[in-house]
Structures are given as C-alpha cells and as structure tokens.
Design a protein around this ligand. Structure first.
Ligand code: 5AD
Ligand code: SF4
Length: 447
C-alpha cells in the first residue's frame, strides 16, 4: 500500500509524522511522493487556532470527496484535532476511516491494517492523562531531526488548547532519548532539536535517569542540563537545539549548560505573548514583563552572541490600545531576532473562552501588521549588525530561490545564503563571512 502523511502544526507533529512514516515503512508499506498516487492518506492535525482546524477539516473533506471516484482510497486523522474532537469527527467527516489521539500514535500500523481488512470509522483515543506511547523517529533524510523529550504541558495558559489535547507533562527516559539520537546519527543526522512544550521542564514530573546512569561530569543536577550534556557526548552530533522555552526554565544552571557545552546553539525561542503585565496575568503566563526582560538580560550577559525569537498574541480578550503599546515597547526593549505574531483565536474549553473576545477582527489584523512592520525593522537592524562577522553554517543545500546559491543556518537559526564550493555536501559545517543582510536572511561567502 502507498501512504502519504499530510502534516499541519508544530514540530511535534512533524516529528510524530516522521515516526508514523517509519513505522508504516517497517510494516512493508511505501511512502508515496505525490498525494495523487497514495492509497492511504493520514492527516496530522493541529488545534492551536481555529484556522488550523479549518485547514485540516477542509483537507479531510476534499480527500473524502476523492473516495467517490476512488472507493478503495482510505483517509485517516491523527494529531491534536483528533484528540480534541473524539468521535464527533465522524459527524462532520462520515467517510473517515480512523481517528487516533495524540498519545496513541504507536497503534497506527495496526489501525491501518484493520482498515485494509475492511473496517472503517475506527476510533483510538485514550484519555489525555494516559501514559503516551512514543514511537521512535527514524528520519532517514537530511541531517537535522526533531526528537521529542517531553510530551504534554502542565501549564494552564488561559488561551491554550495544548494541555487538553496533549495531556499532562511526561518526560521520556533519558536512555531512550540517547538511544534514539544515536540511531539517528547512523542515518546522517548531525543536528537535533529537542522538543517539548516547556522543554526545560524535562524531568520535573517523572524521573528520567536511573541509578545505574553515571553522574554528570559537569556537575549538573537539573535533568534538562544533564540531558544536554549527555546528548553532547554523542560524537556525530554537531549541533543541539531545543524548543519551546518558558522564562521559568532559564535557571542559572541551564544558562551555564547552554554557555559551556559547545554544541548547544545560543538560541532560544522564548515566547513572551504580551508586554502588558495586566494581559500576562489574564493569560496566566506566570511571569511579569520585568521577569521576562530579566531572563533575557541574564542570557545575553552570559552569551553575547545569543539569538532570541518569540511568539506574541495580539487581541487577547480585553487587550486595550495601551496594552498593545506595551507589547510594542517590550519588543523594542527585547530586540527579537524574529517572532511569530498570532491573532488571538478562541479555543473551546480553555479559560479564555469564558472571556469576552472583544477585540474586533480588523483591530487584531491591524495590531498584527503593526508588529510585523516593527519586526522587519528590528530584524534588519539585528542582521546588519552581523555584517563582517564569520558565522558557522550547517549546510542545508541549494537555496529555494536560486539553485546556484546554497543555504544553511547559523547557530542563531538564521538562514544564510552563500556560493557553494566544489564538493560541498549538505550537513557539513562551513564558515561564512556575512556581507549583506535582509530582515530574514543573511548573505555571505565561504572563508
Ligand atoms: N490564539 C492565538 N494564538 C495562540 N497560540 C496558542 N494558543 C493560541 C490561541 N488560542 C500561539 C502562542 C503559542 C504559539 C504556539 O501559538 O503564541 O506560543
Ligand atoms: Fe498545534 Fe499545539 Fe498540537 Fe502542536 S501541540 S499540533 S501547535 S495544537
């Protein structure tokens, strides 16, 4: 059978799709290059904003329509929307063959088989508190891979659906993660991004090291720093990234680990969401504007080349013009290298769904555009400051726009475009002198 995965949402979903593809391949199925030739299509869905769900729903509708001409074709759903909707999905998409929750990905090969044997409308969703099954990922293409280390989320940010759809925090045993990364290196992986919702909470809720594990050579006592140190001992791994972070995780020890382990990239994606203390409190983010700024001051003091990206929500219930201006001024103070700006979207069942979504659509759009324009200016300024510097680039391959130029990423996760030299292969590290800067891209030459 030829299958194809269609993935929406965050890196967690990308990683889950990789794992599912590996399991289906191991079960003798074939991943198809185009959707058209696929007999079995699995949509991996996201629930974070209404628009993300609309996209997945639209896709499922279209795919199920193709079943009229191709009755043998199978269509299934996984991911956050599957978890959130449960059996209600069949009311909207009656021709769906199976739906599987976020903590049951490992059952997908059996579900596929049951559908091929004639069953349909199968539902496999455990309560979100259930211990998740975490199939190994075996990304066999490229040089960079995502590795989930922490599932679920224990925060209750007022706007967020993730705790409902991904359940409470569960940290994978360190040994399992290290084995997975070692296996990935055999397929050419050189960079890993460790994933979790508040990734530095790794090992806070359940133990991840056993008594036979050797103690940390660097004297780290926090599970996350200790894991960074252990991943860094895998010789083939050249770069380590992790995401997403919350300011509470920026402990002294974590900053020391980032700063002293050479393979750890000096980049954090540290979502701030708002610059107004009033809104931060309504959002239940657990920090003030001052605490956020203090965390980044400490990070920059330890690592002068530290790069910072963030998430911001505009139009949270009750956000006034003044609150919005405070977000603008925070952005000015924080000097982000980049950020994602989101328009607030009500998610059913979240605490914020009880509040009045009183910022109009047009006003959300306006605030979104104002912040994007601010960011462009900031990004340009930050990138210009790198002109003349020499950056270590992990090579990606030919640039999307111009195949004669190649692209790669700096440790700060910025895209750098340069002229390749003969024999250069993706996945190698090269030193590039930056000669030109745009808000989102650096340009340079190999030195
Ligand atoms: N509306 C808009 N944006 C949201 N995010 C999470 N929930 C919502 C919501 N209900 C954003 C946050 C988070 C990112 C992954 O998505 O900024 O950091
Ligand atoms: Fe979307 Fe959040 Fe689920 Fe990722 S964890 S797919 S962002 S809802």
């Amino acid at each position: 059978m030829k299958f194809r995965l269609h993935t929406y949402g965050c890196q967690m979903n990308v990683r889950d799709s990789d794992a599912v593809a590996a399991m289906l391949t191991a079960a003798g199925h074939q991943q198809s290059v185009t959707e058209d030739e696929a007999d079995f299509i699995i949509v991996n869905s996201c629930s974070v904003r209404e628009k993300a769900e609309d996209k997945a729903m639209g896709k499922l509708g279209l795919l199920c329509k193709t079943k009229r001409e191709r009755p043998e074709r199978k269509v299934a759903l996984m991911g956050c929307m599957a978890q959130r909707m449960g059996k209600d999905i069949f009311k909207k998409i009656p021709l769906l063959d199976f739906t599987v929750g976020t903590r049951r990905c490992g059952t997908i090969p059996q579900l596929v088989q049951r559908v091929l044997d004639g069953e349909t409308n199968i539902i496999e969703i455990s309560k979100s508190e259930a211990t998740p099954d975490v199939p190994d990922s075996h990304n066999e293409t490229g040089y960079a891979a995502f590795v989930t280390i922490l599932l679920g989320c224990n925060r209750r940010c007022a706007y967020c659906i993730v705790p409902d759809v991904r359940g409470p925090e569960f940290s994978r045993p360190a040994k399992e993660i290290l084995t997975e990364i070692t296996a990935l290196t055999k397929h050419g992986i050189r960079e890993v991004t460790l994933l979790g919702q508040s990734v530095m909470n790794y090992g806070l809720m359940n133990s991840v090291w056993d008594e036979h594990d050797s103690p940390s050579p660097g004297g780290y006592t926090e599970a996350f720093s200790r894991l960074l140190e252990a991943v860094a001992t895998i010789p083939e791994i050249q770069r380590i990234r992790f995401t997403s972070s919350h300011p509470s995780g920026c402990t002294e020890e974590m900053v020391r680990a980032m700063n002293t382990l050479p393979k750890v990239c000096h980049h954090l994606h540290l979502a701030v969401q708002s610059g107004s203390n009033r809104i931060l409190k309504l959002m239940r983010r657990g920090y003030t504007r001052e605490e956020y700024l203090d965390a980044i001051t400490r990070l920059r003091a330890a690592m002068p080349d530290f790069s910072l990206t963030s998430d911001i929500i505009v139009g949270f219930p009750g956000e006034t013009e003044q609150d919005f201006e405070e977000t603008r001024s925070l952005m000015e103070q924080a000097q982000f290298d980049n950020a994602f700006i989101f328009k607030y979207s009500t998610r059913p069942g979240t605490p914020a769904a009880e509040m009045n979504d009183d910022v109009s659509k047009d006003e959300k759009m306006r605030r979104n555009q104002v912040l994007l324009a601010d960011l462009d200016i900031q990004g340009q300024k930050k990138n210009e400051a790198l002109i003349g510097s020499i950056q270590e680039i992990l090579v990606d391959g030919p640039s999307l726009r111009n195949a004669e130029r190649w692209a790669g990423r700096t440790p700060g996760n910025k895209i750098a475009v340069f002229t390749p030299r003969e024999g250069l292969t993706p996945g190698t590290l090269v030193k590039v002198r930056i000669i030109k800067a745009a808000p989102q891209t650096l340009y340079g030459e190999i030195v």
